[in-house]
Design a protein around this ligand. Structure first.
Ligand SMILES: [Zn+2]
Ligand SMILES: [Zn+2]
Length: 412
């Protein structure tokens, strides 16, 4: 029963209090409509929020607490990022001039993200232009997801005003950036934004490296991150033309085989670290940041990937040539293995490192019988993740670490 004194929000609050009990009675497989109804309710409330935002801004209500504008006010009180707050305020302003769009949002015919795209278009070409085509645009919005609709709205902008579409694209281009942070808590944060054509180039370049292999347990985000690293590593190798490394192309097929020179990651590591002795210090990267001993061993495994400094006495004992795979051996390795040897993996030689089955610092020779071609993610498995890779009568066998069983049991 609802009393006349109740505000709509009190009624919504009351309904929200009923949800836990009601949800407990719903069958998991039947929750699809619930997900959709929640989305629709949020979209309809956005219409109310938009109108409130606009009226409150016009009245200057935000000044009461010293805020300099509606965006900072909404950011603080509405728990929104600066970008999201600006989007809400701008959408609210534009929808005043597009009442039919606002009504469609309030009725749930279009989603909030459709309304944002409409508002953005109005901001770029003027609301009057959008109003002329509003029927057509709203009809399209009803059948397209917001991503498709934003593309269509961009097209419309272009038709209306090619010049303003271009200047908008140029303004967007100005906002491009890429930030590669310091290593914090063992990770380097990378973030940025680029124009759509630049994004497409990056995507096209790295996507081949991101394909999942058989039984690949990586998330798509992890695969893309690995792919970016692989791509940069391989292309830096092509660009460097550094003949010092073992993959210096000799035969003409070598560049296709990934036998071109590889990037020289410079790592400072103690001999104890390289030997995998317990308690040895971590490896120091030239760019700052540390990596664990097992990572140093992986990066040092194929001498083409990295240069290790700070080994002292050890450096003289293990000569450069004893750990560098000579080009003829590399070619023989590629001819024998043809792709990553990890069972089920078929990543091609250009994406592979030469892994020493017995690590060279432990006395393993840099000879064909002690080498195996492994791709980046699988090379990591055999070093950092403790897998064992063995060659038995021309067949490769990979064995997971016993610890994995224990870990699985723990997390189960
Ligand atoms: Zn290795
Ligand atoms: Zn592999």
């Amino acid at each position: 029963m609802c009393r006349a004194s109740e505000t709509p929000f009190e009624r919504i609050e009351a309904a929200i209090r009923d949800f836990p009990g009601w949800m407990a009675q719903q069958r998991d497989s039947q929750l699809g409509p619930v997900v959709i109804e929640v989305r629709e309710a949020i979209d309809k409330l956005e219409a109310v929020g938009g109108e409130a935002t606009r009226r409150f801004e016009k009245a200057g209500g935000y000044r009461a607490d010293g805020s300099l504008g509606m965006v900072p006010w909404l950011r603080t009180h509405g728990k929104l990022s600066a970008g999201a707050a600006a989007e809400h305020v701008e959408t609210a302003r534009q929808l005043e001039k597009l009442p039919r769009t606002e009504e469609a949002l309030a009725r749930g015919e279009i989603g909030y993200q459709h309304a944002v795209a409409m508002a953005r278009t109005a901001e770029h070409v003027g609301a009057a232009q959008v109003r002329k085509a509003e029927t057509m645009l709203l009809k399209a919005a009803e059948t397209m997801d917001p991503g498709q609709f934003a593309g269509m709205a961009k097209n419309f902008e272009h038709q209306v005003d090619a010049e303003s579409a271009l200047s908008e694209a140029n303004r967007a281009h100005q906002r491009r950036y890429l930030q590669i942070g310091e290593a914090i808590n063992g990770l380097v944060r990378i973030e940025g934004q680029v124009a759509p054509d630049a994004g497409a180039i990056i995507r096209t370049a790295i996507e081949p490296y991101a394909k999942p292999s058989k039984g690949d347990e990586r998330t798509s985000g992890q695969r893309l991150a690995d792919a970016l690293v692989e791509f940069c590593g391989r292309s830096a190798a092509r660009a460097s033309g550094n003949g010092h490394t073992s993959r210096a192309g000799q035969a003409k097929g070598d560049s296709a085989n990934g036998a071109g020179p590889r990037p020289q990651l410079i790592i400072k590591a103690a001999a104890d670290t390289l030997a995998g002795i317990q308690g040895a210090p971590a490896g120091q990267l030239e760019w700052g940041g540390t990596v664990p001993a097992e990572t140093v061993r992986r990066l040092a495994c194929d001498a083409a990937i990295s240069r290790i400094t700070g080994l002292g006495e050890f450096e003289r004992e293990i000569t450069h040539s004893s750990r560098t795979i000579p080009p003829p051996t590399r070619r023989a390795l590629v001819a024998r293995d043809q792709h990553c040897v990890f069972p089920g993996c078929d990543r091609p030689p250009p994406w592979c490192d030469g892994h020493h089955l017995v690590f060279w610092a432990d006395g393993g020779p840099t000879k064909l019988e002690n080498l195996g071609l492994v791709c980046g993610p699988h090379h990591r498995k055999v070093h950092e993740e403790g897998w064992t890779l063995k060659r038995k009568e021309d067949r490769w066998v990979a064995t997971p670490p016993p610890l994995k069983v224990a870990q699985r049991a723990r997390s189960a």
